[in-house]
Design a protein around this ligand. Structure first.
Ligand code: 8YV
Length: 330
């Protein structure tokens, strides 16, 4: 007789190969849809499950954990884990994991591309051409800001922030300033030519501000009207972190009044809804939270979440646990 296998829920549509791999280890219930389960449905589907595979979208909180006492592992394919209450997981003895590292370079590529598209007005120029407005050459037609040789301001100097910084410094000869709660080790600052500055200086000095801080109560509306008013009128702002770090209503106002020149946004407060004022502005590039979306990287993210889930529920060591102490507690 074979021992019963742990039951898991895959809460989102993911690569079929990863589903098949998980089926070799677990009894799998899979919600293979891009439409997320709502809180009640998630709670119902988690009854009797030992583990769950989530993206950055499923809220895992104390209420859910209390309603699902059999749950032992919550493994996310996202690096950002503001949807998971990690202290509540720890208190409930539930292993939580995220997916750091595997998406760093892909996300940095996108962050840099979005910043460039914003500075050089690529979205606006494409819309102009497609609408048939291109009749003549004009000396200032779609003229934007230079990226090379300008000052890159990085807010949040984790793995992705550093990868963006490397692109700016080594690829585009940019000067680099950054703000982060903790400073990089001196050797890393020197290798990047990075200068730590306080937030007001970052806002004042950056030609192109790229936001990569994790979302938490302390980073909620870190950039609002007061902060935007300190930026250069020629500056751009790019947000690939999380909706809520920037006050989108204040940003829309700043863009409309040209307090800053332009913005590039991959994340939004309350996404997939987008602040209606942003949709009417020409000086903002809008993308639907796709910074990590290359196929190899999305596959690596899924594989890492599966590695964590398998290890957590079969006595192994999950490679990227957020609360590994849960496994060593008696
Ligand atoms: C994901 C992300 O696409 O990893 C993250 O934190 O924001 C993105 O890479 C998204 O969270 C998946 O739901």
């Amino acid at each position: 007789m074979t021992a019963s296998r742990p039951a898991i829920l895959i809460a989102r549509k993911i690569f079929p190969e990863v589903v098949e791999r998980l089926r070799t280890v677990f009894e799998v219930d899979a919600h293979l849809s891009d439409e997320p389960l709502d809180a009640l449905a998630l709670r119902a589907r988690l009854q009797g499950k030992a583990g769950v595979f989530v993206a950055g979208t499923e809220p895992i909180n104390a209420g859910l954990l209390a309603a699902c006492p059999g749950l032992r592992a919550v493994c996310s394919m996202a690096v950002g884990y503001n949807n998971i209450d990690v202290p509540a997981c720890t208190a409930a003895g539930v292993l939580a994991s995220n997916a750091p590292g595997v998406l760093t370079e892909t996300t940095a590529d996108f962050g840099f591309a979005l910043m460039m598209a914003t500075a050089r007005r690529i979205g606006e120029a494409e819309r102009y051409l497609r609408a048939g407005h291109w009749k003549h050459w004009g000396f200032d037609m779609m003229a934007g800001a230079d990226v090379h040789g300008s000052t890159l301001g990085v807010l949040g100097m984790g793995r992705i922030g550093q990868a963006i910084a490397r692109r700016g410094v080594h690829g585009f000869g940019m000067s680099l300033i950054y703000h982060n709660r903790s400073r990089l080790p001196e050797a890393d600052e020197q290798a990047l030519g990075a200068r730590w500055v306080d937030l007001p200086s970052l806002l004042r000095e950056a030609d192109h501000l790229v936001i990569v801080v994790p979302y938490s109560a302390s980073s909620h509306h870190l950039i609002g009207a007061a902060e935007l008013s300190q930026m250069k009128p020629t500056a751009t702002l790019t947000n690939i972190a999380r909706g809520g770090v920037v006050d989108d209503a204040a940003l829309a106002q700043a863009l409309a009044r040209r307090t800053i020149a332009a913005a590039g946004l991959d994340v939004f407060e309350g996404e997939p809804a987008v602040h209606p004022d942003l949709l009417t502005l020409s000086n903002v590039v809008l993308t639907p939270h796709i910074a990590s979306a290359s196929l190899p990287t999305r596959r690596a993210m899924c594989d890492l979440a599966a590695d964590n889930l398998i290890a957590a529920l079969t006595g192994g060591v999950p490679p990227t646990a957020l609360n590994p102490e849960v496994l060593t507690r008696a």
